[in-house]
Design a protein around this ligand. Structure first.
Ligand code: NAP
Ligand code: GDP
Length: 328
């Protein structure tokens, strides 16, 4: 039976991670491409998924049997704070079009991508798969969080009413090659890599936004990619699945910035701009359910420093083509 996997958001950080894993892991292994599979990695130039007609045409063209739905308006804390309505509306439209078109085209499985940002701000830690809807999200990203939470509700409604096999993955903060390195809108690691690179090049102070005290769990995009491939082949429950390193692997923003300084080889002045927001203090997520499920696959997380080093090397090699925002 032929398997046709459409990856929306296939040109982005996570999508490119999946393409890398599919092409570079041994064929027919747990994570490599299998005989009979075809993979299609789609960006916004092929279809604006906020538009229903363009979404339909995309599905008509590729006739997917499976969808990994990553496409989203995505950004770091400061983009989320500045554009709450865009994050709400664009993501509601994209998700509704993709899920409903997948339903109409009788797609066998859809895995959509949520985020630990969608969790309640005030809830008992660690976060697990049962706690998404137990309170309001942090105000800094309530647009994005509410749009993404709705995907879980839609998945359950499609299953209840039609028996569709739609589910969702919940990654923590992702980083890796092909990230958005635009310092204004990016997530913390790509923003700091870019800023530290410029500080080294121009011999200027390296400035980290906020107090450096908040804690985050970081997952390497190529590790996350393996987990998506595993989910596509093995996970058939509507219940979401957290894809994360362990809750004991939280890293402070200061530790992350120190690691960036090391990886970039910066030796100049380094300080924190405490006039900038810290966002949510922490959001530790449990990967207990995940580890039990993947225990026989040989999956292992890449050590943080190694993954960061690979990301910095990719950034340096691809500076001219990477997403770096306005020229500096
Ligand atoms: P990304 O690098 O910014 O990529 C976003 C992707 O979505 C790109 O392929 C982009 O296409 C596509 N896209 C955006 N708007 C679109 C539209 N209107 N129509 C069609 N395609 C559109 O983001 P990412 O970090 O890979 O995020 C992938 C998924 O992971 C998202 O669902 C995000 O919410 C989730 N996630 C990310 C993180 C993180 O830390 N990055 C953490 C948790 C969850 P073009 O580039 O071709 O425009
Ligand atoms: P979040 O996990 O959704 O909050 O997303 P981010 O990846 O944007 O991380 C935000 C945390 O990193 C906050 O504590 C920020 O204060 C801190 N941070 C430090 N420097 C930067 C920066 O240049 N960009 C971003 N986005 N965050 C930064």
């Amino acid at each position: 039976m032929s398997v046709r996997v459409l990856v929306t958001g296939g040109t982005g950080l996570v999508g490119q991670g999946i393409e890398y894993v599919i092409e570079n892991e041994p064929a027919n292994s747990h994570f490599g491409k299998r005989d009979g599979e075809e993979w299609f990695f789609i960006g916004s130039s092929e279809a604006d998924l906020r538009n229903q007609e363009q979404t339909r045409k995309l599905f008509e063209k590729y006739k997917p049997t499976h969808v990994i739905h990553l496409a989203a308006l995505v950004g770091g804390l400061f983009a989320n704070m500045a554009r709450k309505l865009d994050f709400l509306r664009d993501n509601i439209l994209i998700n509704d079009n993709v899920l409903h078109t997948a339903h109409e085209f009788k797609v066998k499985k859809v895995i959509s991508c949520l985020s630990t940002c969608v969790y309640p701000d005030k809830v008992e830690y660690p976060l697990d798969e049962t706690k998404i809807h137990l309170g309001l999200p942090h105000e800094s990203n309530f647009g994005y969080a509410h749009a993404k939470r709705l995907v879980d509700i839609q998945n359950r409604a499609y299953k209840d009413q039609f028996g569709d096999n739609f589910t969702s993955a919940i990654p923590t903060n992702v980083f890796g090659p092909h990230d958005n390195f635009d310092m204004e809108s990016a997530h913390v690691l790509p923003a700091l890599i870019h800023r530290c690179y410029l500080s080294k090049k121009n011999n200027t102070p390296f400035v980290v936004w906020g107090s450096g005290k908040p804690l985050r769990q970081f997952i390497y995009s190529r590790d996350l990619a393996k987990l998506f491939v595993w989910m596509l082949r093995n996970y058939d429950s509507v219940e979401p699945l957290i894809l994360s390193v362990g809750e004991d692997e939280e890293v402070s923003i200061k530790q992350a910035a120190d690691a960036v300084v090391n990886a970039v080889g910066f030796t100049g002045e380094y300080r924190f701009d405490t006039t900038k927001a810290d966002g949510q203090f922490r959001k530790p997520a449990s990967n207990k359910k995940l580890l039990e499920l993947v225990k026989d696959t040989g999956f292992a997380f890449t050590p943080f420093d190694k993954a960061l080093d690979e990301t910095v090397q990719w950034f340096l090699r691809n500076y001219n083509n990477a997403r770096i925002g306005k020229p500096q």
